[in-house]
Design a protein. Sequence first.
Length: 385
Amino acid sequence: MRARRALVVGAGPAGLATAALLRRAGLEVSLLERAPDVGVAGTALTLWPNAFSALAVLGADGPVRAGSAPSAGLAMRTARGATLLSLPAGALDARCGGNGRALPRAALLRALHDLQPPDAIRFGARCVGVRQDGATVAARLADGTEVEGDLLIGADGIRSRVRAALFGAPGDTGGGDLRYLGYAVARGVAAYACPGHPALLALGPGRQFGLFPLPEGRMYWFAAFAVPEGGARAGPSSLPFLQRHFAAWHDPVPAVLRATDPAAVTVTAIHDRAPLRRWGRGAVALVGDAAHPAAPAMGQGTCQALEDAVVLARALAATDDVPAALRAYAARRRGRARAVTFQSHWMGQLGQWRAPVLCAVRDGLIRATPRSALLGALRSSFTFE
């Protein structure tokens, strides 16, 4: 019997993981990527224990661990450095199966590229639409050609063309709108060594700053700050802005910013989307940010995409009925992804509170939360399988 052919649109972490697992499930895979080549976009990212559970299914957990650095537990502080919570590495290992790890985004992509056969990715293939006709589905490309298969997976990110083809462009009923959340996040990598540093989130009035150690004596950082919609800008001018606005924050925040190359800072306006009622139609389904874009407040975007890939591949391996498999995948994943989207949305909003009274209430609630409750909540987020 002919092997089913899957089209995967998008060769980011979600698409690469999905393609590798679908091949392992016995499908032929065509991986379509709009970029002209592999590229090195992005700074760094964080992965939590649930991501490593999914990477173990892929067989990529070893290389990713080798290319990443562990955080020494988890901490939250005020802008002045007062401790709001502190969870040691041992407590996270015991209750959550591990700690957070940070690595360059390029290192994760490399590990996932290594799972693909030679020439597996068709670069410069920009999907602009989807056609379903009986048992066949096709990706319409910008050059006017089509690529046909038995199923199509949209892994093409927050502004997914596959999602728009299924449910309408943003603004149409069914597709929903991207929601601008009122803030932007700047990210960078500093030549700043701080062995034994925890995964840290510092909260100030209307601003947040995060720190995660990286391999080779570097530090990944992010800064969240309010900005009008359309006001986020990337480039060298953003670093002086950050240095002014975080100059009075606790050590090592100012030093980390001084140790950052201004040209390597990225700034992203933060959006999410109200959860979709459906993640697909017929022989088409969505994974990762195409299905459930979330604010980055919990560092779960890539982690949830990797979980999607595992569950999707298992559903397709269990039956030859493609639409039934895609429905089973969505039913299994929708509730968890919705919860992460909700939690990330409100964590990001709490970090944007500015009024002194509200900030004091927020900080007091964090301090008062029992460690057992915190670990229980983290265990729920970080456990997959």
